[in-house]
Write a protein that binds this ligand. Sequence first.
Ligand SMILES: Cc1cc2nc3c(=O)[nH]c(=O)nc-3n(C[C@H](O)[C@H](O)[C@H](O)COP(=O)(O)OP(=O)(O)OC[C@H]3O[C@@H](n4cnc5c(N)ncnc54)[C@H](O)[C@@H]3O)c2cc1C
Length: 408
Amino acid sequence: MTPIKINIPQLRSERINQIKTIFLDHMGANLTENWVGGRTEGLKRLSNIKPERYEKSRNYLNGEVTYLSPYLRHGCISLAEAITFAQEKSTRGNDKLLFEFAWRDYWRQIWYLSGDRIHSEMEAPKVELKRNPLPPLVTEANTKLPCIDHFVRTLQETGYLHNHARMWLSSYLIHWLGIDWKIAASWMHDLLLDGDQASNTLSWQWVASTFGSKPYFFNQENLSKYTDNQLCKSCQAVCPFKKSYEELDASLFRPTTAPARVTSSQRSQVNFEHQGNEPVVLFTDEMLSPTHLLYQHDQKKIFVFDPRHYKNWSLNRIQFIADCLAEMPEVEVWIGDTLAVLNALNCSHVVTQSTPNMTLKHLLSKCHVTYIDEPAIYSKVTQEKLHARGLMRFSKYWSYVGEEILMR
Ligand SMILES: Cc1cc2nc3c(=O)[nH]c(=O)nc-3n(C[C@H](O)[C@H](O)[C@H](O)COP(=O)(O)OP(=O)(O)OC[C@H]3O[C@@H](n4cnc5c(N)ncnc54)[C@H](O)[C@@H]3O)c2cc1C
């Protein structure tokens, strides 16, 4: 496919329609008014955070969570900024939000350390895992369990699910329906506005027990409590969750000696021999902010909707990215193969931000690339310590970084 350059309309309704017209293969709902992409909206949300209220209510579906994840995921605001802001707003004893920001960084550091290995089982499963495919009754929100169907519909219609709902849904799919965690994780990833290889895959592994000491499961009492009984009160289904934890433990889990399942990533060879020497700043989907350091550079700036990365992403995610790009008028937006775009622009020297994304790194492996560091959230010394010691548990990670992250 010959790459094409597109203009992102400034008018939002026009932009939403344009993306729907161009990205015909991308399924799903339009981006809703509640999810306007870009730094302006991300900052608005950041300025509204209430660490104290977050601390008390975050586990409840209607709790005061931040709804920041798509903005952090796409770099509209950096995690460093969010942490600094939360440090200033948090009082001692209300550190939960900082702790959760750290979880995002923790998964990312594992991704940096392990690369594509995060898509294989990090450890042997602690219980027997089945490997069923994802059935239509799930993807069509037709399990006949109102809570589960509600979570699936919410995910499909909005691209967002509360953390607790993600935990319940993933646990149900893995431990009750016996679905292969990897297939289900990939399905959820592609529907999320904040879909992130590390946070998603490693959270699914944590639920499955291939990156944690036990499987995560829940019962009806837990679900009812944190949904304020909204989903259970009129439920007529035979509830598979209405048991004690002991009963569920006995009925769901079998011991296993199965080893960790390791899958290798297949990557096709990169053929790129262009000799052009025009430098270009490549904005990836992790750096969509007009205040990004590289946005100040004089060189040509590009973003490429490369099907290699975005083929399976839902329509509203592409629209979210377009919202972000509308705030960055100096960035040329292309659709096509990244290397073909570089070729067309006579470029082989790429400047971009450091990333653990191996697909992108592999793609750029035949170019001359300068990677600049991501905004740091702790000192270089701490960073080196982290990488030298290994990070198999969050508690270990926290023992290195906690003090700096809680600093105020
Ligand atoms: C099965 C499963 C899949 C997930 N997939 C993703 C994903 O693809 N992308 C993603 O960003 N998060 C993922 N998470 C983590 C978490 O659910 C979301 O980050 C959070 O729900 C986003 O909503 P929020 O911004 O309102 O969160 P808040 O509760 O307001 O938290 C503030 C921020 O802290 C970070 N955070 C909070 N909880 C977690 C967590 N458990 N792990 C990592 N970071 C966290 C996020 O950056 C979030 O924006 C997943 C969790 C589970 C259980």
